[in-house]
Ligand binder design. Structure first.
Ligand code: FAD
Length: 388
């Protein structure tokens, strides 16, 4: 292939997070020339600032059963593709029910309906795995297959697979602008002044599109999805020494959860705030205090003064349908082909995975979208490496 052919057929992916790298792997398998542009280091964004909860979907089973099923399938693919990125020493997650009035069968039926396996967690096993837990607060305990995951290791593996497949990955490379000719995206302008042409640009920049081409990204994107782009912020607290090796989720306490990342424990509230700007990582003290209230209720011996390692907030921009923007509901993975939106923009696709857990699912949707868009039919087998 000549250099001219190569560059004109190139697909540029903006963002070297979990979404950008997983779609890069898929497109390279189809033999397409792909360049990933990352402004910082790989995984610099939400992908490595999150809690590392690889969801089984059980937490969403009542409110969003379709999302729950997707999570469970993605979890199985992650375990197969990158077993080394799972934190060792646990084989599941404790789902605890604390309120006497909670209908236990509502949860267990939902798990059964979604095909998510579970078992009763015996008191002694819970105590052994989480020695400091306040047992008197717990009514019922189950073991689900959620895991605590090191997303940075998954990112490394995806990057290695992508590079083996011929993907060019450029870190420390900031995209300033999308290049446009009328309604067509023709490439990108880098902050170095370099222009790169492409047949298709994929935005996997965690919402970077809103900044790169503000005129084309009105708040509402929605002929296809009736969605809004919403920056969502949540808070996390890391304490050391870690409280035990079993992750946990309190199903009737707003999803308050703990993920062990030895030698620390990372606690999150699962309470998402809608914020005005996608880069708002300022701490909201009440959110941190609420997490601490729960830590001290369930692990009374943890001392905030002595054991806090870090308290932080992270933001992720998601495509949300109006009814999703409420407590306990999670964004759905969304892939948008902008030629079907208003305003129409050709040769542009954007990706919002919703949860890092859903990387394999969203990569597949994006892959199908791109294949249809380019009317491209690869001759070789393109089964994803996480399925083969
Ligand atoms: C605090 C927090 C906790 C979370 N906890 C969990 C959890 O436990 N489990 C779970 O499944 N999900 C969780 N999530 C959601 C999950 O992290 C995100 O859905 C997912 O990581 C988004 O991946 P991404 O690749 O789309 O975005 P990102 O990881 O943000 O990647 C986007 C990349 O694009 C780059 N970029 C941006 N602009 C440009 C530009 N102009 N030029 C070049 N590069 C650019 C950024 O540097 C970044 O590396 C959490 C999110 C947050 C914020």
């Amino acid at each position: 292939m000549s250099q001219l052919d190569h560059t004109s057929k190139r697909i540029i992916i903006i963002g070297g997070g979990i979404a950008g790298l997983s779609i890069a792997v898929r497109l390279s398998q189809a033999g397409l020339p792909v360049t990933v542009l990352e402004t910082s280091t790989l995984g610099f964004g939400a992908s490595t600032r999150n809690q590392g909860w690889l969801h089984s979907g059980a937490w969403f089973a009542i409110s969003q059963p379709e999302l729950a099923k997707k999570c469970y399938q993605s979890l199985l693919k992650t375990l197969k593709y990158c077993p080394d990125c799972i934190e060792p020493h646990h084989t599941g997650t404790a789902y605890l029910i604390t309120q006497p009035e909670t209908l236990v069968t509502e949860w267990t039926s939902a798990w059964n309906e979604c095909g998510i396996p579970f078992e009763i967690l015996e008191h002694d096993d819970l105590k052994k795995a989480l020695p400091g837990i306040a047992e008197q607060e717990i009514q019922h305990a189950f073991l689900l297959s959620d895991r605590s995951i090191r997303v940075d290791l998954l990112i490394q593996q995806l990057a290695a697979t992508a590079e083996n497949g011929g993907v060019e990955i450029r870190t420390e490379t900031h995209v300033d602008k999308l290049l446009r000719k009328d309604d067509n995206i023709t490439g990108v302008l880098l902050s170095s002044g370099e222009e790169l042409t492409a047949q298709l640009v994929i935005l996997a920049g965690g919402g970077a599109g809103m900044r790169l081409d503000p005129d084309s990204f009105p708040e509402r994107i929605g002929e296809q999805h009736e969605s809004k782009l919403v920056p969502l912020k949540t808070h996390l607290v890391a304490v050391s020494p870690d409280v035990g090796h079993l992750p946990l989720c309190l199903v009737d306490e707003g999803g308050f959860c703990h993920m062990p990342h030895a030698p620390q424990s990372v606690f999150g509230s699962n309470h998402w705030l809608t914020v005005a700007s996608g880069v708002d990582n300022e701490l909201v003290p009440q959110e941190i205090d609420q997490i601490w209230k729960n830590i001290n209720r369930f692990f009374p011996s943890v001392d905030r003064e002595k054991e806090t390692v870090r308290e932080w907030a992270g933001t992720t921009i998601q495509a949300m349908q109006a009814h999703q923007i409420e407590p306990g509901k999670a964004p759905l993975p969304t892939v948008i082909d902008h030629c079907q939106e208003s305003p129409v923009i050709n040769h542009l696709v954007s990706i919002y995975p919703g949860r890092a857990t859903l990387w394999a699912d969203v990569a597949e949707t994006a892959f199908q979208t791109v294949m249809e868009k380019l009317e491209y039919h690869p001759r070789t087998c393109t089964c994803p490496p996480w399925e083969g």
